[in-house]
Every structure is written in structure tokens, then in C-alpha cells.
Design a protein around this ligand. Structure first.
Ligand code: NAD
Ligand code: 13P
Length: 345
């Protein structure tokens, strides 16, 4: 039939929340989509049982999204090749550090449908020397399928609890925007599509670096004025970075869309990067330690992004143009005292 089949690769907190919405919409628009939505779950034993079996039996992902009921047409599948077989719409939503392995496994299995289209909800960047790539373009390059980017002010648990919010999808064609809008738009999850795929991806990646700065501010027990200054400077560096290094990126993606200013705000107040950075200042422990201790298996994205962005700017001799990004890197990795975050900024 001409119906699309949706598959979701990733089942952490955001993976599960997005898969829930996609499965609800697949059931709602059964003229357009196959009802069953497969979700890749990296197998794990939970209390002596397989996580995939627990999810499929209880319709909850107690490991990463506790107590949120999932639709019965969302099916947890342990083998990647089985997840994407015959899928025409593939959602990539693993923590960014695991994407290379996933891509290699998919290539080795030759499992991707030749007419498939993808969307990346991954927040991060790939840097090699003086080259930087968003994960939407990494997926396009490595799997030879068109890839859109979904990003917005979307703390996973709040989305899963159906609290009203918005998201942005950057799409390379009008056809992609119609398809992905149908997959994700819902009454409490409003989707706006824009053409700026790079801007949407970069907004999601770079705000995690600013969120670390916001957490340092909280750890230093500084107030709302300081955090507002960090948000303003952060938004400016995010926008400047994108306009300097990515052709076709739009300022309006940062100033007007959920993937820009709105995601920056929610992450700097309620995100995991903020929380762990506050703890970094208060405890003096390493980020690896704090991630293990506070996140219960979930993954921090901002620290690796701060490192990648630093390496990229260094390769271009442009570290001085981005003082906030640079200080976050120096504090997180080079022992600069957190109080130096704002000195002379
Ligand atoms: P998460 O932080 O909950 O991480 C847990 C996931 O990582 C699980 O699916 C686990 O199986 C997987 N994992 C752990 N070790 C692995 C390994 N070695 N190989 C492969 N997978 C492994 O994940 P998430 O919150 O769904 O984040 C995915 C992406 O979505 C990130 O880039 C994140 O920035 C982005 N995002 C997250 C949120 C949020 O609120 N959680 C919101 C928007 C975007
Ligand atoms: P954290 O990874 O800092 O929790 O941010 C989540 C997010 O991207 C919200 O949109």
C-alpha cells in the first residue's frame, strides 16, 4: 500500500516521549500510516526481565520515562534491522555519542528502505578538524536518505505528560514538512516547520553549552539578572556561530522559533545540563561522576558539545569570538574556577 511506516531509533526519555506521539498520530491518521510503530530498545535486564518485554507487556518504559502510559501500537524491538525493515519514516533520537555505532550497524545490515526519509531529534554536533556537521547532515551523508531536524523547548517528561509546548522541524522540502507535521503535530505538541535544517539542529546543540553556564550561575548562587545576561549572551553566540559557519542559516530560527530562544529558556531553567552543572560547582566532582550519580542512565549532551565547539573554533582561530562558549569549556575541562564565568564577559 502507499501508507508510510514509522520507526523510532532510540528509547531514552526523549525517544520514548516522541515515539508515544508518533504512535498516537499513526493510529489517528490510519489512512496515511501503518498503525504499528516500532521503537528500537537497546536490550537490558530489569529485575531479571528483558526491557523490551516489560515495555510491550506493561506499555510503559519504567527505565527512562517512569509512569507514563504508552499506546499499545508502539512496539519495543531489540534488533535494529527489524526496527527499520520496511520503514519509510525513520526518527533518530539516540544520545549523540551512540549514533556512529547505530549508523554502522544499519549500514552493515543493509536494512534501510531505499525510499526512506529521516528526521533527527538528536542534540549535538560532529567535529573533525576544521569540519563541523549537524547530525541531520551526518545521517544524510552516511545513509544517503534525506534528513530533517526536530528540536524545540521540549523537556521529555513534560511532553510525555501532555503539557502544552511547541517544537520546530527544519525540513529540506515542502513534502518533508507535510509528512513530519502529520507524524508529530498534536494538540499539546504544536509543530512549526521551517526550511532552516541547520539552524534547527544547531539551536538544539548549542543551547546545551549555554545551559551548562546557567547551571554554573545557579551553583554560584547568583540570581536572575545574571542568568538573564547568560541567556542573552548565549543566544547571541548561538546565532553568530550559525550565521558565521553555516550557509543559509536564518537568524529568525533563533529569535522566533521554539528551537531557538524557547529551548534555550527551558533548558537553562529545567534541563539536565543545568542540573549537572549546578552540582559540578557545588560538589567539585567530575561531570562523568555527576552524570552517573544524578541521571540514572540518562545522558548529558552539553559537555561533549562544549568540547567539540571549542576544538572547531580553535581550528578556525575564532575562540575569541565566542567568550561564553570558551569559558564553559575552560571551566568544565580545564579547571578554570566557575566564578570566572562572568569576569570581564
Ligand atoms: P537519554 O538521555 O534518556 O539516554 C538513555 C538512552 O541511551 C537509552 O535509550 C539507552 O538505551 C541509550 N544508551 C545508553 N548506552 C548506550 C549505548 N552504549 N549505545 C546505544 N544506546 C545507549 O536519551 P534521550 O533523553 O532520549 O536523548 C536522546 C537525544 O534527544 C539527545 O541528543 C538529547 O539531547 C535529545 N533531547 C532530549 C530531551 C530530554 O528532555 N530528554 C529533549 C529534547 C531532546
Ligand atoms: P537537557 O538535556 O539539558 O535536559 O535538555 C533537554 C532538552 O533538550 C529540552 O528541549
Amino acid at each position: 500500500s502507499g501508507k508510510h511506516r514509522i520507526a523510532v531509533i532510540g528509547s531514552g526519555s526523549w525517544g520514548t516521549a516522541l515515539a508515544k506521539i508518533a504512535a498516537e498520530n499513526a493510529a489517528r491518521h490510519s489512512d496515511q500510516f501503518h498503525t504499528t510503530v516500532n521503537m528500537w530498545v537497546r536490550e537490558k535486564q530489569v529485575n531479571g526481565k528483558k526491557l523490551t518485554e516489560v515495555i510491550n507487556k506493561t506499555h510503559m518504559n519504567q527505565r527512562y520515562l517512569p509512569d507514563v502510559p504508552l499506546p499499545a501500537n508502539l512496539v519495543a524491538v531489540p534488533k535494529l534491522a527489524d526496527v527499520v525493515r520496511d520503514a519509510t519514516l525513520i526518527v533518530f533520537v539516540t544520545p549523540h555519542q551512540f549514533l556512529p555505532t547505530v549508523i554502522n550497524d544499519l549500514k552493515r545490515a543493509k536494512a534501510i528502505h531505499p525510499g526512506a526519509r529521516a528526521v533527527s531529534a538528536i542534540k549535538g554536533v560532529e567535529v573533525e578538524g576544521a569540519e563541523i556537521k549537524t547530525f541531520a547532515s551526518v545521517i544524510e551523508r552516511d545513509l544517503s536518505i534525506p534528513c530533517s531536524a526536530l528540536s524545540g523547548a521540549n523537556i521529555a517528561l513534560e511532553v510525555a505528560l501532555e503539557q502544552f509546548c511547541e517544537t520546530t522541524i527544519g525540513c529540506p522540502t515542502h513534502n518533508d514538512s507535510l509528512l513530519w507535521h502529520a507524524v508529530f503535530d498534536a494538540e499539546s505538541f504544536r509543530v512549526q516547520c521551517v526550511e532552516d535544517v541547520n539552524g534547527v539542529s544547531l539551536g538544539g546543540a548549542l543551547k546545551n553549552v549555554v545551559a551548562l553556564a546557567a547551571g554554573f550561575v545557579d551553583g554560584l548562587r547568583l540570581g536572575g539578572n545574571t542568568k538573564a545576561a547568560i541567556l542573552r549572551i548565549g543566544l547571541k553566540e548561538m546565532t553568530d556561530f550559525c550565521l558565521e559557519f553555516f550557509d543559509g542559516a536564518q537568524r529568525s530560527t533563533f529569535s522566533n522559533e521554539s528551537a531557538g530562544v524557547a529551548d534555550l529558556i527551558t533548558t537553562c531553567y529545567g534541563g539536565r545540563n543545568r542540573k549537572c552543572a549546578e552540582e559540578f560547582v557545588k560538589s567539585g566532582s567530575s561531570f562523568d561522576d555527576i552524570e552517573r550519580r544524578l541521571l540514572n542512565g540518562q545522558k548529558l549532551q552539553g559537555t561533549a558539545t562544549a568540547e567539540e565547539v571549542h576544538a572547531f573554533l580553535q581550528a578556525h582561530g575564532r575562540v575569541d569570538g565566542y567568550p561564553l562558549f570558551e569559558r564553559v569549556y575552560q571551566i568544565a575541562f580545564k579547571g578554570l574556577a566557575p566564578a570566572q564565568l562572568v569576569k570581564g564577559l
